[in-house]
Write a protein that binds this ligand. Structure first.
Ligand code: NAI
Length: 343
């Protein structure tokens, strides 16, 4: 019997990134898969040494390996990049940002029965970053680009994802009542794509109504597909529904490669203090294993995380509220507890 081996670009990132990514790496190594890690530094941490937060060799490594596990990168002012994260997504054409939000047992602050996947358009919208002063100090303008091509491939990805993962419904989220031309094109394109998938129910929601619906009855929704900014905002909302940013995994999918990263940022308020919850990064690692076709290993990691959270004996500080008997542990000890439960 032969076993597959994988070379994965590992980008620790800034702030809590190195702590949570180290924890995720240990858990993934403990699955017994043959994983070798090509460590590449990007972000504020590398600017002084490399003269740029995004050295060419980082992108070259991801292109070669086709897959990366990435920690959060701080958005610095004056680095020559509006955002390194946006630059990576655009340079590698990672057009779909996939952010699952599923309720796990044992989290008092989580809403019950949430099982959603946010699919966010990742290459255009307001994130093209074209803005300027029209009248200095008085009036400003930002350009929001929506194309048929990007809308079509992200909505098609959402339907394909739904089909391949046994999901039944896709909801397109938009503001086409006001943004009649831009979001009108996004919605019209989504409707056309939906007609190719008669086995998947399709509906649409205006984004403000969607926010209320997600707070009141999140269990009614399945896969959501959204333009870039709405997806960014709604995916933090859905992370909150299931217990917070410390639990929310994510993936950036392109045609040639994929970069897996938790939803959360570099959390400078808790960085370097062994306070960060590594579960988001660990579940991100499980998503990556699933993408590699290692579904059994991915399921084992998810089960170990679920078992530790349900038992509630140890928690990172963000999970402490509502759990008086749980012992508060740091990032590394939380990863140890998860490794101990790996079957
Ligand atoms: P953030 O996600 O870093 O933090 C928001 C809040 O959530 C903070 O109170 C933080 O302590 C908490 N938090 C986040 N992750 C946590 C974890 N794993 N465990 C426990 N608590 C956690 O968002 P913020 O403060 O808006 O951004 C900080 C920096 O990160 C900025 O420079 C931002 O641009 C960058 N960022 C990077 C992202 C990426 O690399 N993909 C995504 C989001 C933000």
């Amino acid at each position: 019997m032969t076993y597959a081996s994988y070379t994965i670009t590992l980008i620790p990132g800034d702030g809590i990134g190195p702590e949570v990514i180290a924890a995720a790496r240990r858990v993934l190594d403990a699955t017994g898969l043959s994983l070798s890690w090509d460590v590449q530094r990007a972000g504020a941490c590398v600017v002084e040494e490399a003269g740029t937060p995004l050295p060419d060799k980082v992108l070259a490594s991801v292109r070669t390996n086709g897959i990366a596990l990435k920690g959060p990168i701080t958005t610095t002012l004056g680095s020559g990049f509006r955002s390194v994260n946006v630059a990576i997504r655009r340079a590698l054409d990672l057009y779909a940002n996939v952010r699952p939000a599923r309720t796990l047992r044992g989290l008092p602050r989580a809403r019950p029965d949430v099982d959603l996947v946010v699919v966010r358009e990742n290459t255009e919208g307001l994130y093209v970053g074209i803005e300027h002063e029209v009248v200095p100090g008085e009036a400003t303008e930002a350009i929001r680009i929506i194309t048929r091509k990007a809308s079509e491939r992200v909505t098609r990805y959402a339907f394909e994802y739904a089909r391949q993962n046994g999901r039944r419904q896709v909801t397109a989220v938009h503001k086409a009542n006001i943004l009649k031309i831009t979001d009108g094109l996004f919605l019209q394109t989504a409707r056309e794509v939906a007609s190719d998938y008669p086995d998947i129910a399709f509906q649409d929601r205006i984004v403000d109504n969607m926010c209320m619906q997600l707070v009141l009855q999140p269990e009614m929704y399945d896969v959501l597909v959204l333009p870039n900014l709405f997806g960014d905002i709604i995916s933090d909302l859905t992370a909150g529904l299931v217990g917070g940013l410390g639990l929310a995994p994510g993936a950036n999918i392109g045609t040639g490669c994929a970069v897996f990263e938790p939803v959360h940022g570099s959390a400078p308020d808790i960085a370097g203090q062994d306070l960060a919850n590594p579960v988001a990064a660990i579940l991100t690692g499980a998503l990556m294993l699933g993408h590699l076709g290692e579904r059994d290993a991915a399921a084992r990691v998810e089960a170990a995380v679920a078992e530790v959270l349900a038992a509630g004996e140890v928690v990172t500080p963000d999970l402490k509220p509502g759990r008086p008997r749980a012992r508060v542990v740091g990032t590394a000890e939380m990863a140890d507890a998860i490794i101990a439960k790996l079957s």
